[in-house]
Design a protein around this ligand. Structure first.
Ligand SMILES: [Zn+2]
Length: 208
């Protein structure tokens, strides 16, 4: 089994960071409470250099913040798009981007819910258990407008569901009970400054 899939296809070798990140610039990551994260994003209708540049920025921003996925509204852009660099539970790495992603509904008899820990770059410092299906299929397009189907299991399925939620205007806090949501916000209040300081230090080191 190949150990890296890029845009859903196996590759023989791949660098530590997606090449897109080399051309990107770091953008500010929006936080829970900012409007752009809490309303559905618009469909991407223009496939061109601006979209490609946004994807570059999103990859770099995701790596700087040590994330496994990042949606466009997490950098303040109201478009249906996410990038990912995420392992599954079998140690396979998945890297890519999806434009206008739609999560395919799965037959309840063919899926299992996994209750595993989840965090979000827009809820800095919090980690909570969230039940998610152990399998996910996302349909969408690549930056050139070519149709795409990305399938994931385990932690990568969680990532695909989490990122598609973002473009639909949902954050994972919306999937928590009232009590867990309060706990997540408490964790964020405790650790946010530390997480943001670490990101700032990484940006500093990169530009030095
Ligand atoms: Zn998130």
């Amino acid at each position: 089994m190949p150990s890296v899939f890029v845009q859903g296809r196996p590759v023989d070798s791949y660098p530590r960071h997606a090449p897109e990140a080399r051309h990107g610039k770091v953008r500010r990551i929006t936080e829970a409470g900012e409007e752009v994260l809490h309303k559905p994003c618009r469909d991407v209708t223009e496939f061109g250099p601006d979209l490609a540049a946004l994807i570059d920025d999103m990859f770099l921003t995701m790596y700087i913040a040590d994330g496994a996925g990042l949606a466009a509204n997490q950098v303040g852009v109201d478009l249906r798009l996410f990038v990912y660099d995420c392992p599954d539970d079998d140690g396979v790495r998945h890297v890519g981007h999806v434009v206008n992603p739609v999560l395919e509904p799965l037959d309840a008899s063919h899926r299992r819910l996994l209750d595993d820990s989840e965090g979000c770059l827009s809820v800095p410092g919090a980690v909570m258990n969230v039940p998610r299906p152990d399998r996910a299929v996302v349909r969408g397009y690549d930056r050139d407008g070519e149709p795409l189907v990305i399938e994931g299991t385990g932690y990568f399925a969680r990532c695909l569901a989490h990122e598609t939620d973002h473009v639909n205007g949902q954050v994972y806090l919306d999937r928590l009970s009232g009590r867990d949501r309060k706990e997540a916000l408490r964790q964020m209040a405790d650790r946010r400054d530390e997480v943001l300081a670490r990101r700032a230090a990484t940006i500093e080191a990169l530009s030095a």
